[in-house]
Design a protein around this ligand. Structure first.
Ligand code: SF4
Ligand code: SF4
Length: 204
C-alpha cells in the first residue's frame, strides 16, 4: 500500500474514500504514458523551471481538487488559510514553492499539469507536439509516429477525468476548490471521529 492509499484509509466506508482512490488509481495508470513519451523524444523541463506554475492557476474538476485538498490537509497537514482570496490577487498557482521552484503537490497534481508539456495535441495535420514557451521542441505527426510507442494526446486525459465524474463536470479554480472541498473533508472526518467506523456519510 502506498502513502496516499494508506492516508486515504482514514475515510474508509465513505463514498469520498472511493472517489479519492479512483482518481489516485487513474493517475498511477497514466504515469507511464508520459514518462515513456518524454524519454522517447528527449523532452525535459529545465531543472527548477516552473515558469508555467508562476503564470497560471489551474482549473480543476471536483475529483482533482478532492485529492489535492486531501493531500494538503491530511497528508502534509498544511495550513490553507493563505488560499482565501488567492485568485483575486494572484495570477500564479498557490501550490508552487517559489523558493525551491517546485510543485508542492506533485504526486497529486491535476491532469493539466501532467499533460501540459508531456503530451501531443490533435491538429488538422495530425498529431503535433509543441514545447512550451520555455522549451524549444516541435514534433510533427510523422516524427511522432516514427517511434513505436503510445503517443499521449492531451484531450484524451481531460475527457477521461471528466468522464470519471460525469455527475459533475463543472471546474473550479484550484484555490477555490481546495477551500471548498477541505471544509467538506473536515466535516466528514469529524463525523467519523464522533461516530466511529460504522458511520457511513455520503460525500455529495
Ligand atoms: S512546461 Fe515549460 S515552463 Fe513549465 S516547467 Fe516545463 S519548461 Fe518550464
Ligand atoms: S499544481 Fe503544481 S504543477 Fe500544477 S500549476 Fe500548481 S504548482 Fe504547478
Amino acid at each position: 500500500m502506498d502513502r496516499i492509499e494508506e492516508a486515504v484509509s482514514a475515510f474508509r466506508n465513505t463514498s469520498i474514500y472511493d472517489e479519492m482512490l479512483t482518481v489516485w488509481n487513474y493517475y498511477k495508470s497514466i504515469e507511464n504514458d508520459f514518462s515513456q513519451f518524454e524519454e522517447a523524444f528527449s523532452i525535459r523541463c529545465p531543472d527548477r523551471c516552473g515558469q508555467c506554475c508562476e503564470r497560471f492557476i489551474p482549473d480543476v474538476t471536483y475529483l482533482e481538487g478532492l485529492l489535492i485538498a486531501f493531500y494538503i490537509s491530511f497528508v502534509e497537514k498544511r495550513d490553507i488559510s493563505y488560499l482565501a482570496g488567492w485568485s483575486e490577487s494572484h495570477t500564479g498557482c498557490p501550490l508552487f514553492d517559489n523558493d525551491t521552484k517546485r510543485c508542492t503537490v506533485y504526486s497529486v497534481r491535476p491532469v493539466i499539469c501532467r499533460v501540459f508539456c508531456s503530451a501531443a495535441s490533435e491538429t488538422k495535420d495530425g498529431l503535433s507536439f509543441r514545447g512550451c514557451f520555455n522549451m524549444e521542441r516541435n514534433l510533427d505527426d510523422r516524427t511522432l509516429k516514427e517511434k513505436e510507442i503510445h503517443i499521449p494526446v492531451m484531450s484524451e486525459y481531460g475527457e477521461k477525468i471528466r468522464s470519471i465524474q460525469e455527475w459533475d463536470t463543472e471546474t473550479m479554480l484550484l484555490d477555490e476548490a481546495i477551500i471548498s472541498i477541505t471544509s467538506k473533508l473536515m466535516l466528514i472526518r469529524s463525523f467519523i471521529d464522533e461516530n466511529g467506523d460504522d458511520f457511513t456519510p455520503q460525500a455529495s
